[in-house]
Design a protein around this ligand. Structure first.
Ligand SMILES: [Zn+2]
Length: 491
């Protein structure tokens, strides 16, 4: 037994590191107020940077919220810049869904030399989460530079990648770079409100030509900085859990509450939820999550590192190891399907026995498990035929995790090492959701890869005062410029 104080320090260090690293897999579902760091802003020195900044600024300053914004306007602005850079009209389209004038998408193409080679798709969403001026320190729809950061709604999620992708196509065209594969750009709307309308899903169903590809790059793989702004790890995301809500309903004849009976809708539902809480889904690891845990082991102090190495091994580790690793919510969510009660609603009057009690159970399903399998597993765990378990919404598409082949990992690692030497590139499976769910489901292998290094608090994404480090923005732009060039040059 080592020195308890050192053990404590190690535990503290381990816990701090775990909190940091959990961010890597949370995809786009983070909310936390910002802490700023004073560092000198990078002035765009070369003209291409100035052009990029102008495109990015215009995009951030165009409100593309679901409530009042217009993705169509943002798409038209990018279309104008592509055409000004020499793209022919035939290769640049603003696609507006029927009856949805504000939810337009941009589709563009840089033609490759080899029409037999499967195209490469650059996918990013231009819609943003709502932002109320009165809640923010600064105008959320103004690109504001402060302390080495750009502030504004969407500066990080996801207009940094959207602007970098559009800028890359302009740079390639102006440099006369001819890729082997066609490079397609799709800037879509609705990612943040996919329960209402999702532009990526719409394109896969209505304008398939705009997104059909052998491989796609999307948001979902971000880098992580430590408290001092030093890069800890970069990430490539391959696969994401399926989002599905289920409804649990109990009905009862009810009656007068002065004469309570044994059968009671509220208690019956409560007992069902308690049994559900006590029934975690089985651990199932995939090549991606094994690789993830192995990489995590290299960034985590012992004794936890040994457990993580076991998670990365060929056989399922023993129960005590699984239990220790599962103590971390992000790691628990990586190793199994999770279902949790999020809303409960029951009763119609304070003085009457409830006739109806229902709960919403939100599940995040491993990519190779199905929505129906999960519904049956819920029924089994609840083990009460009077508790009706049904889907609370249309079933989410089954989206298999794309293969993490050398052809995918190689270029990403190569360029990541060039820009962030000795910083590991970690494979991840997103526990949150992206539009990759729709493109993977449509048979377009989609990888989260952006190289945007974020602060441990998540840069205020989806929250107040969203920001991006100026250094992180330009490094990501350069990372994507180089890695897309590599992917587009191979077949
Ligand atoms: Zn996003």
């Amino acid at each position: 037994m080592g020195d308890p104080k050192r053990q404590d320090a190690q535990d503290k260090e381990g816990a701090r590191m775990r909190r940091h690293l959990a961010i890597l897999i949370a995809a786009s579902a983070l909310t936390a107020p910002a802490a700023s760091h004073a560092q000198t802003a990078e002035k765009p020195t070369d003209p291409s940077r100035a052009r990029f900044l102008a495109l990015y600024k215009e995009m951030v300053e165009t409100d593309t919220t679901y409530s009042v914004g217009s993705c169509t306007l943002a798409a038209e602005q990018v279309a104008a810049r592509l055409k000004a850079a020499g793209f022919p009209d035939a290769d640049v389209h603003v696609l507006v869904p029927d009856g949805k004038p504000r939810f337009g998408a941009l589709a563009a193409i840089l033609h490759g030399t080899d029409k037999t080679a499967p195209p490469l798709l650059l996918l990013a969403h231009i819609d943003v989460v709502e932002a109320k001026r009165s809640d923010w320190k600064r105008d959320p729809f103004k690109l504001i530079e402060e302390d080495g950061y750009y502030y504004g709604r969407g500066t990080n999620d996801d207009k940094a990648m959207a602007a970098s992708f559009a800028d890359i196509l302009i740079r390639y065209r102006q440099e006369g770079f001819q890729p082997r594969r066609d490079i397609k750009l799709a800037l879509t709307c609705g990612e943040e409100t996919s329960d209402q309308f999702d532009g990526a899903q719409y394109l896969t169903e209505h304008d398939r030509w705009a997104v059909q590809a052998g491989m796609a790059l999307n948001e979902g793989g971000a880098g992580l900085l430590d408290d001092q702004g030093r890069p800890l790890a970069n990430a490539i995301q391959a696969g994401e859990k399926i989002y599905q809500d289920y409804r649990l309903v109990v009905t009862n004849p009810g009656g007068h509450s002065s004469r309570p009976r044994k059968d009671n809708a509220v208690y019956q539902l409560a007992h069902a939820l308690v049994r559900l809480e006590a029934s975690p889904f089985p651990v199932r690891l995939s090549p991606v999550t094994r690789a993830y845990f192995t990489a995590m082991a290299s960034l985590t102090p012992d004794p936890l590192a040994a457990d993580l190495r076991a998670m990365g091994g060929p056989n399922l580790p023993p129960a005590d190891v699984l239990a220790r690793v599962a103590q971390d919510p992000a790691w628990n969510s990586t190793m199994r399907t999770t279902c949790v009660a999020t809303q409960v609603n029951a009763g119609h009057a304070p003085n009457a026995l409830a006739q109806h009690a229902e709960a919403n159970v939100n599940c995040r399903i491993l990519p190779d498990e199905t929505v129906e399998q999960t519904r049956l597993a819920l029924e089994q765990a609840i083990d009460d035929k009077d508790v009706v378990v049904s889907l609370a919404a249309q079933p989410s598409p089954q989206s298999p995790a794309p293969p993490l082949t050398d052809a995918v990992l190689g270029p990403a690692r190569q360029v990541s090492n060039q820009i962030w030497p000795s910083v590991p590139l970690i494979p991840t499976m997103a526990t949150g959701g992206t539009d990759g769910a729709f493109t993977n489901a449509a048979g377009i292998p989609t990888y989260g890869l952006g190289g945007i290094f974020r602060d441990p608090d998540g840069d205020g994404i989806h929250g107040l005062n969203e920001r991006i480090r100026i250094r992180s923005l330009y490094d990501s732009r350069e990372f994507l410029y180089r890695v897309v060039r590599l992917y587009a040059s191979t077949g």
